[in-house]
Design a protein around this ligand. Sequence first.
Ligand code: ADP
Ligand code: MG
Length: 469
Amino acid sequence: MNFADLGLSDELLRAVDDSGYTEPTPIQAETIPPILMMKDIVGIAQTGTGKTASFVLPMIDILSHGRSRALMPRSLILEPTRELAAQVAENFEKYGKYQKLSMALLIGGVSMGDQMKALEKGVDVLIATPGRLMDLFDRGKILLSGCDILVIDEADRMLDMGFIPDIETICQKLPANRQTLLFSATMPPPIKKLSDKFLSNPKQIEVARPATAATNIAQRLVETSARSKKTALKKLLRSEDISTAIIFSNRKTTVRDLQKSLQQDGFKAGQIHGDMSQPERMRELDLFKSGEINILVASDVAARGLDIKGVSHVFNYDAPWHPDDYIHRIGRTGRAGATGTAITLVTPADEEAIENIEKLTGQTIDRGGKSSGKPAPKADTPKEDDSKADAPKAQDEMPAKKSKSKSKRRSNTDSRDTQPAPAKPEKAESKATPQKTQSAEPKTAPATESDDDDWNGPLPGFLNVKLGG
Ligand code: ADP
Ligand code: MG
């Protein structure tokens, strides 16, 4: 399957080609043609499978006909976090470079005045977090009656963050005969309900998830301290029978350090993290695939969307902040009947993350010993998914997010935009493609912001935006 088979325009195909993508991902191949035919779509596919381009590409072609009017955006994309919103905007920039589309980004942390100027001129695409959008709408600053396309992206995360009521309100302000596209990694009942209520006769496209490999994965925890982590890892790398390994870390700074240190010690180690360009990442991946290196130190976001499977070992140098990521990481091993080993280093600071992982999977992970598999005593796996309560589930059938939804709900609309928790791993990565943001650079995050805890991610070049406004 080629991008050229999907019915996209020549300009768009050229931009896709420039980006280096050769083949559409399965969700892209299946959703793009019906979206171009103006159908409503529910697209379900695991995180990292290219859902963004699934709607961005056809939208560019649809919107390149017609023009925008003041204060009336022609399409609206809802994203749960500002990082994701900025990433979507970057996608529009990247793929829309041969077509002229105007955009505005309405997210927390970006000065509202600048955004209002863009809106006043009229935009083809409005990318917003629900809180900020509601705020502007309530103040009469924006009309949604011209929005013929609505995208509800990352719907399950929206649910986590308590945005569903806002989304319902927003849906009611859009014209009834619009096209609505909903994308999600999972389809919990509240999302199904949302879709039933606000989509008309949608085509549901679900990309098959990879078979649960977790039963072939021997998981264990190795306790260590923050100071001796590196030594502990190297000891494991020498004592385990490793053919290929991926070592995951939560921070790209750690990825860099670790790779250097491993290389100095004679390990054949490469790295993949969010500060690297796509060609650089692909080069490292090729070295890994060809066997020139057999260890890849990776951050979650960089590793997503890359085809790295079937390694003998996965190491979690840090326990992931999101339990979902744990499933995603260890799923890189134990493929297709082969057995794999997943070892997580645990310092006292990681204990909470481990607890969350065990809650989510319903398993306690063995400490230092053999394999895993015992049901966790404190497991609270939701009932509706009890059929597989014993086995770790594929990342996208994870039900546990639901339990978090209430506690994460914030009452203040503005603060929700800056809600930091669910996006934390991405934050560390969100500087992935800063090349095109030069014009906005002097205005981006102050240098005092820490590398990992504050957002200083990509600000699309088309926006002349300030952070912290
Ligand atoms: P999702 O929304 O499904 O979690 P994204 O749209 O964020 O996934 O894409 C994940 C990664 O895959 C991104 O780094 C993106 O650049 C990359 N990607 C998207 N489409 C393709 C493709 N056709 N070929 C290769 N990589 C792709
Ligand atoms: Mg996405």
